[in-house]
Design a protein around this ligand. Structure first.
Ligand code: SF4
Length: 689
């Protein structure tokens, strides 16, 4: 009989390209994607998407997809069966665990993968492999924000929703570029600003799109945001403009905090940041006069030696002015990856079980030990930064990593590559043969979101389901199935037949997910954690209490940490970040034709002043050198950057232009997040001479 034409199918999915969490229907026929159609029911985006959500899906049928397990034989990789690959993995992991102990193996999870997969992976590391050496890429981005919020308000997530941001009287954006990194969220701000009188203050080295629209644009000296934030807080308090009732009823530590601000005078701040006293007074006045303020920030704040301190300073300023717990207020660290929030929430962190309960808390551990039928390790494990150092020190012998191109995204990549070469055994599970996979001993072919089911959690703490569109390509399998197979071969007895069962287990164990279930998340429904047992979520945090036992927030004194100095010969400051069209290291978007056609290569932004001084024009090829490495990249002259500040787009599959060839291993003291944004470089012109 003649083959029937495949029918057009419409499936709800959730975008994998940023933490905004847009959802939409994807129309397919066979393996062909016909269109992406947003629906009014979508809780975050309604009928909007951005270019990535709309056009970024071709990679699904890319010929470069991994379709079979690969095993290294000398310098080559050969195709293998699942049995061969899994036998090798379980044999080698058992051997190394036996010989060097459970803490000689590290586990790197994925912020691109689902909540269920991250839950299972931390369970695998802890319950099967007996170690807390498990981490995810939030270590490279928002860990400092989480730490800053945990110590001031008690929960390391956004205080409210995108609706709160859109309805705030004033939005303060620091070191973030939402128009390119979180486009649909940025549209909400643009609309509120243009049509509804919302005020906008932006602090950034680069004149990004929101900065161009802002009522006040601050251009501080690199790594000095904490200084102006503290100075604005001090000025507000000196004027008696603080929210006295709020502080009295809901906040501890005011006296000490006031003392800690002593040196942060307007004069001191103006001198250090280059922002005028008048501008600082204007900012303080606008914040005081606004009925509700949301503070948004991203990597421009966190990727510094003092990332946690500056995140804390933002939260302090919001507390002093009473901007928590009411609609349109609160702190919003913007999550980069689609599921970086969820990866952290579901426990792929060395010190936390799912739902941010400490592994050191004996009561919590007992709950997991009983449920999982094992004894669990008591001490926090290594984070991914420490894992790299432990490999160099010969303490960590093996890594199991999924859905993370650490060879490109970790800072000081030459140092990371050297570490990978020292590993005795390395498992990489991904959808493409990534830069990281080149160092692996076994590469496992995973299925991307369109080929499986699961949930993602967006920056608002909103959990959403997505449904399977296609069968996995070739021999690919969903990550949760692979993790389960590896675990079972290593002695576990897991029988999850659907991700919904994994979520049900997480909901039973972690109080913040108590009422989360696949039934309640059906279709366009979503839940914002903490979710009560009856299914009621919490869009706005802290309305009654802060997340400390006594219900009160803490003002936490913080001092400025000067940035890393590379030395005099490195006379230019290199900033870096995303661009609208590409996602992260670009493994998916550079394989989507609709996108690469428009933006095929990375580039370096150079100010008109510097271009003139060095005699270069658009398209010139330059070499940047830092103490840690070199890159070569073409120039775009633009007044978005000033003076001796450069900006390099971080998304690239082109090794020669990869920004982390230049960045260092220095890091935030508290969270070990690298100081990606504090790099001195020198520039040589290669062409034209
Ligand atoms: Fe996807 Fe983010 Fe664009 Fe929405 S804004 S479509 S989640 S990349």
């Amino acid at each position: 009989a003649a083959m029937r034409e495949p029918r057009i199918k419409r499936t709800k999915t959730v975008c994998t390209y940023c933490g905004v969490g847009c959802s939409f229907e994807i129309w397919t026929k066979g393996r062909k994607i016909l269109k992406v159609e947003p629906q009014v029911e979508a809780p975050v985006n309604g009928i909007s998407t951005c270019v990535k959500g709309k056009w970024g899906w071709d990679f699904i049928n890319s010929e470069e997809r991994l379709t079979k397990p690969l095993i290294r034989k000398g310098d080559k990789f050969v195709e293998a069966t699942w049995d061969e690959a899994l036998d090798l993995i379980t044999g080698r992991l058992s051997e190394l665990k036996e010989k060097h102990g459970p803490d000689s193996i590290g586990y790197i999870a994925s912020s691109k993968c689902t909540n269920e997969e991250n839950y299972l992976f931390q369970k695998f590391a802890r319950a099967v492999m007996d170690t807390n050496n498990v981490d995810n890429c939030s270590r490279y981005c928002q860990s400092p924000a989480t730490a800053g919020l945990m110590r001031t308000v008690g929960i390391g997530g956004d205080a409210g929703t995108i609706h709160d941001i859109a309805s705030a009287d004033l939005v303060l954006v620091i070191g973030a570029n939402p128009a390119e990194s979180h486009p649909v969220l940025a549209t909400r701000i643009k609309r509120a600003h243009k049509l509804f009188g919302q005020k906008l203050i932006v602090s950034d080295l680069r004149m990004n799109e929101l900065a161009q629209r802002a009522d006040v644009y601050l251009h501080p000296e690199p790594a000095t945001d904490l200084i102006w934030l503290n100075a604005v807080s001090k000025y507000i308090i000196d004027q008696g403009w603080e929210d006295k009732d709020f502080i009295k009823e809901r906040v501890h530590g005011f006296e000490e905090y006031v003392k800690s601000l002593e040196k942060y005078t307007l004069e001191f701040a103006a001198e250090k940041t280059g922002i005028s006293k008048e501008e600082l007074v204007k900012v303080a006045t606008m914040i005081t006069e606004a009925k509700s303020v949301c503070g948004l920030w991203a990597m421009g704040v966190t990727q510094h030696l003092g990332g946690t301190e500056t995140s804390t300073a933002i939260s302090n300023l919001l507390l002093v002015t009473g901007n928590y717990g009411k609609p349109g207020t609160g702190a919003y660290p913007l999550r980069g990856h689609n599921n970086v929030q969820g990866a952290c929430d579901f426990g792929t962190m060395p010190a936390w079980f799912p739902g941010y309960e400490a592994v050191q808390d004996a009561k919590v551990r007992a709950r997991y030990e009983e449920a999982w039928g094992v004894t669990l390790p008591k001490e926090p494990g290594l984070n991914n930064h420490q894992m790299v150092e432990a490999i160099h020190d010969g303490k960590l012998k093996a890594l199991y990593l999924f859905g993370e191109d650490m060879a490109i995204v970790d800072s000081n990549s030459n140092h990371v590559h050297d570490a990978f070469e020292k590993l005795e055994f390395f498992v990489v599970q991904d959808i493409f043969f990534t830069k990281t996979a080149q160092y692996a001993d076994v590469v496992l072919p995973a299925a991307p979101s369109l080929e499986k089911e699961g949930t993602f959690t967006n920056t608002e703490r909103r959990i959403q389901r997505f449904y399977q569109v296609f069968e996995p390509l070739g021999d690919c399998k969903p990550d949760w199935q692979i993790i389960q197979e590896v675990a079972n071969r290593l002695g576990a007895n897991w029988n999850y037949s659907h991700p919904g069962e994994i979520m049900a287990e997480a909901a039973r164990l972690a109080p913040v997910f108590a009422g989360v279930s696949y039934e309640r998340l059906e279709g366009w429904n979503s839940q914002l954690w903490p979710v009560a047992p009856d299914g009621e979520g919490t869009p706005l945090l802290y309305t009654e209490k802060f997340a400390f036992p006594d219900g009160k927030a803490r003002l936490f004194p913080v001092d400025w940490t000067p940035p890393f100095e590379a030395g005099e010969e490195y006379d230019l400051h290199l900033n870096n970040g995303r661009l609208l069209e590409h996602f992260h290291e670009g493994n998916m978007t550079y394989k989507s034709k609709g996108i690469t056609h428009k933006v095929p290569h990375p580039w370096l932004e150079v100010s008109p002043e510097l271009a003139e001084e060095r005699g270069i024009k658009d398209g010139a090829l330059v070499r940047l050198t830092s103490p840690f490495g070199k890159v070569e990249v073409r120039v775009l002259v633009t007044d978005h950057v000033k003076g001796k500040e450069l900006y390099l787009t971080m998304n690239t599959s082109e090794d020669i232009a990869a920004v982390n060839r230049l960045t260092s291993s220095y890091h935030d003291k508290i969270t070990h997040t690298p100081n990606f944004k504090e790099m001195g470089v020198k520039m040589e012109v290669l062409e034209p001479k």
